[in-house]
Design a protein around this ligand. Sequence first.
Ligand code: DON
Length: 573
Amino acid sequence: MRGLTRRIFVAGLLGASLLPPAFAQTQRRYEYPPIQPVTARHGMVVAQEGRAALIGAEVLKRGGNAVDAAVAVGFAMAVTYPRAGNIGGGGFMLIHLARKQQDIAIDYRETAPAATTKTTFLDAKGEADPQKSREQGLAIGVPGTVAGLVHALDKYGSGRFKLAQLMAPAIELARKGYKAGDEFEDTGQSSIARMAKWPSTRKLFLKPDGSLIARGTLLVQSDLADTLDAIAKGGPRAFYEGPIAEKIAAAVRDAGGLMTVDDLKNYRAVERPVLRGSYRGYRIVSMPPPSSGGVVLLEMLNILEGYRLKPDDPQSTHLMLEAMRYAYADRAHLLGDPDFVKAPIAGLMSKRYAASIRKRIDPQRATPSDKIKPGDATAFEGRNTTHFSIVDRFGNAVANTYTLNLSYGVGMIAAGTGVLLNNELDDFAAAPGVPNAFGLIGYEANEPGPNKRPLSSMTPTIVLRNGRPVLVTGSPGGSRIITAVLQVILNVIDYGMPLGEAEHAPRLHHQWQPDETMVEPTVPAAMVKALEARGHHVKVWPPFTSVNSVLVTPQGLVGAADTRTRGALAAGY
Ligand code: DON
């Protein structure tokens, strides 16, 4: 097992070892080194945190399938990547099973407690109160990760590994500790403030003077180790019922929330029919609602399929931005939890609808967003979410994105459990037309309500050719996730870029409201000028996304870990 780790480690770190020593400094200026892809013959895990990626690669090497590896990575990152890896949050897992040619979407999104209503996130004046939806117990959705990962393993694992075996590395890392690294150094001030409010979190992640634990500090998470151990031995019921659930419900209620032990007991991960589309001869499989990711991605791709796109071309970029604008307007108005709202999904994803949008797009001028549908939006805040992509030697693939919403979620560890809890309910439209932390607005389709799942942008995606995965991808970045995935797909399919370049290339984003064309600082000045000349309101934003993908080529697997956020690793064998 040791030797194995070392061999995978060497392969995996190939890219990282070539990084310039001044990486830390350059990263702060929002420049990031080129992505050095890692190649491997049999299996590949690309994840945002290196230890977790290696754990996953080891599972693959020992004969596990992509789902086994995903479960090991998912639990490991709850320990090693506390800002977004989690058991106190939720997410989506997309699976492709080679033998059965089957695609599966597991929705383990957080659910609003049964006592949630339309007015839960409003203040006394009836206005949306971001404190309530982001900073307090009310923000916390019933966590779905434990149910989701175990569901995946039970139904789609290889059967070679028991849950306890896959969780063992995570438990050991929590129990014995690991040295805090880049991850903590990159934590923003707003996240520190969010953590500082809760004694249970402060004690773990902050020094007595309120600053973050220093790089190299041994981070031991004993309560989390106990909680993981209980799950490993007793399965998900040990988390959703009994002492752990009681402690979580009590902590949420003490923080002003509404969660009860029944809410936890009633939580279920759900399989949803995957969304399928096509793009220039490729099949695209992605996440259905309650994520908007798949619908918006496929709508954009369908619109763009009608154009001949050229790389580094302002005209093509303009068309891409307009496609984004229209698709995000539809997102705001129409999408929500499918158990509560019926969205015209088939229509939104149809080629004919895309053709009708192309007729409305002015090839020369940006259409003001107000001309499309009404809306308003303000500032953006914080990040993080995390995505990993896995391909095994059997041709199975997993794309998994999960999150606590903002970095470290609500910042609160439920005392005595080690479980850092999410603030996912900010993804509801707290009030019609009022922006969430990512500036996204929504209306009735995404209003808060009992047992509802808030609309997400997470977009785990698998691109297939002739029934086989060729690209497995996804990203964090809130509203920007869907457009990041779009651009990686365009860069690979339309522009023929190698995967590292496809991920590294500067990204642009439009989300209808606010009516801004957001560009990364690395977008060339000439492109910015050309877009402004077409009427785009260009705003430079630091990179928010971090795409971790695997490309399947006839020569083998290529893993590319995005360098926009430090610490990601592609590990293969
Ligand atoms: O589900 C969503 O769309 C958001 N809660 C994701 C948040 C996120 O990506 C934060 N990250 N960078």
